[in-house]
Design a protein. Sequence first.
Length: 291
Amino acid sequence: MARIAFIGLGNMGGGMAANLAKAGHDVRAFDLSQDALDKAKKAGCLPVNDAIAAIEGAEAVITMLPAGKHVESVYGDSIFEHAEPGTILIDCSTIDVDTARRVAQAATDHGLAAVDAPVSGGIAAANAGTLTFMVGGSATAFDKAEPFLSDMGKSVIHAGANGAGQAAKICNNMILGATMIATCEAFALAEKLGLDPQKFYDVASVSSGQSWSVTSYCPVPGVGPETPADRDYQGGFAAPLMLKDLRLAMEAAGSVNARTPMGARAAELYETFVAGEGAGLDFSGIIKTLR
Ligand code: NAD
């Protein structure tokens, strides 16, 4: 079992660190929030006073932070100077592809191996240890990171070189944002045409309109498996996080001149939703604006 530094014990990182402790690792946990540190202690981690205390002597340093600027500052202020040679650096946050590549290059310059390993699956999957990880980095770095990621997830995919994990994540979530809006539009239209939502689900979930948004995350209450729609759109994948991922996708598309008209429209619609009642709702709650 290994000594692991875990930095960023929020909604996602808290459960992930707990699963590493459950697997028998010595987890040195750090977060700016005392509440997060207290929870980590209850989950079997050793809370420490700063990032450096977590990093020193660790075989792996895992970060789960809000955005690229947090990752860059924790790496620049603490990790590069205090990680020992041979340590694997694993960033599980969802951040922009450029920052992920820049951080990985800086790690190489410091003689350290790094991977970007963003996740698919929300807070429930983080707590249950059933996340999917999409990993960017060299084959050697991937082999070092994989056993730790396996203790926190059900599936670990090597997507390619540094930045490929973040690219896979934002492209996947661009599909999700667009298909959720299309699904909401179709259910709203079906309702107006007098079609029973359950009957439409029975058809669409086994026909060519099928997608994860239809079948596994239906935005209409009482239809399909239990989803946030059944709890008035509470919990689940927060609409502001969907907007964050769509903005990252648009930024990345701009940087390589990719044409993404559906992604751009999805980003606009989520901007409007989040500026209003969507700020505190699951992303499928966007159906409220389409009815
Ligand atoms: P969160 O805001 O709940 O947690 C982030 C934590 O980082 C907070 O506890 C904060 O105090 C801590 N933090 C910030 N700066 C720090 C620093 N310098 N040093 C130490 N700790 C610091 O966010 P979250 O929901 O856990 O999301 C984390 C990442 O995972 C984000 O990039 C998000 O986009 C991604 N993600 C989230 C979900 C989800 O459903 N919540 C799903 C997939 C991916």
